[in-house]
Design a protein around this ligand. Structure first.
Ligand SMILES: Nc1ncnc2c1ncn2[C@@H]1O[C@H](COP(=O)(O)OP(=O)(O)OP(=O)(O)O)[C@@H](O)[C@H]1O
Length: 283
């Protein structure tokens, strides 16, 4: 079962276009959405949330087409920009937000308020960026959404805070079995928690795979430059020449390199390696 399905979604902007975007977000897992700046992550999320129109194609949520009521009740949208409520404190915000949700869970709200150590009666404009992110997460979680969308939840947070937030997200998955879609260009965060990865670049999907498949099939191969010729070059997705030799991204069975013995070294590729080599312009 998929929580979200994009079928041939096309969106043309002045200097940017998304052509026939196809991907799915499986139910009950954490899907990481990665891509360099300006790749179309926010545009995609806005179309998913029905905040932005598209020119062609179909977006299905929970098995049906967009439906306002369903969007509001079943989705928790987490982002750090709470400008609308800057003058409010958490208590006042709750009095506006809670009645909007049939599924509002006050016990859960109190629980996360304590866990996140957020002050209930301090104005939100006095919150740090990280506190605003936690506050957004607090409200999103308290109405027990089936699907949580997070747009860059860890950007601008310090490493300790980021790790804490990721731990909370992971805990949620274990306990509540929610579906989470998390966009980030901090790929190390997703190496840690994602079950699936969707990689977008210049409005196109470059990769959609489970983390398990990625870890099993992508490697960084290092060796002396003289090993690179027209034939070996064909094996790699991207190659970088270094002072020590070459580094290249490879997808497939490592046994292909058995004949090279210790002339090459293979390491598992990180998401950052994959993103780097797949978007490199020169080889
Ligand atoms: N309102 C808009 N009108 C026209 N073009 C826009 C608008 N918003 C964004 N774009 C363009 O669409 C492209 C994709 O932007 P988008 O914000 O979706 O990327 P992103 O992957 O979220 O980037 P980042 O990681 O930097 O947030 C960019 O080239 C951007 O300039």
């Amino acid at each position: 079962m998929n929580t979200v399905e994009f079928h041939n979604v096309t969106k043309k902007r002045k200097d940017f276009s998304i052509e026939k975007l196809n991907f799915t977000i499986p139910q009950g897992y954490i899907t990481g959405f990665i891509g360099p700046n300006g790749s179309g992550k926010t545009t995609t999320i806005q179309m998913m949330m029905n905040l932005l129109s598209y020119d062609a194609g179909d977006i299905r949520l929970f098995g049906t087409s967009h439906n306002e009521q369903q969007l509001k009740q079943k989705i928790g949208f987490v982002y750090d920009d709470l400008y609308m409520y800057e003058e409010f404190n958490i208590g006042k915000m709750k009095s506006f937000i809670a009645p909007l949700y049939e599924t509002w869970n006050e016990t859960l709200f109190q629980k996360y308020l304590t866990i996140f150590e957020l002050p209930e009666f301090k104005k939100i404009k006095k919150f740090s960026k990280g506190m605003k992110m936690k506050c957004s997460l607090l409200f999103a979680l308290s109405h027990e959404p089936e699907f949580i969308i997070m747009d860059e939840p860890t950007s601008g947070l310090d490493p300790i805070f980021r790790r804490e937030l990721l731990e909370h997200i992971q805990e949620l998955m274990v306990k509540e079995k929610q579906t989470i879609f998390l966009s980030s260009h901090i790929t190390a965060d997703l190496d840690r928690i994602a079950d699936y990865i969707i990689f977008i670049y210049k409005g196109k999907i470059m990769l959609q795979k489970s983390m398990e498949e990625i870890q099993r099939s992508f490697y960084i191969i290092k060796g002396k430059s003289d090993l690179i010729d027209a034939d070996t070059k064909e094996l790699f997705i991207g190659i970088k020449q270094t002072k020590m030799g070459f580094e290249a991204l490879f997808e497939g069975e490592l046994s292909l390199f058995d004949g090279f013995g210790d002339e090459i070294v293979a390491e598992k590729a990180t998401l950052e390696d994959i993103m780097y080599f797949m978007t490199r312009k020169e080889y």
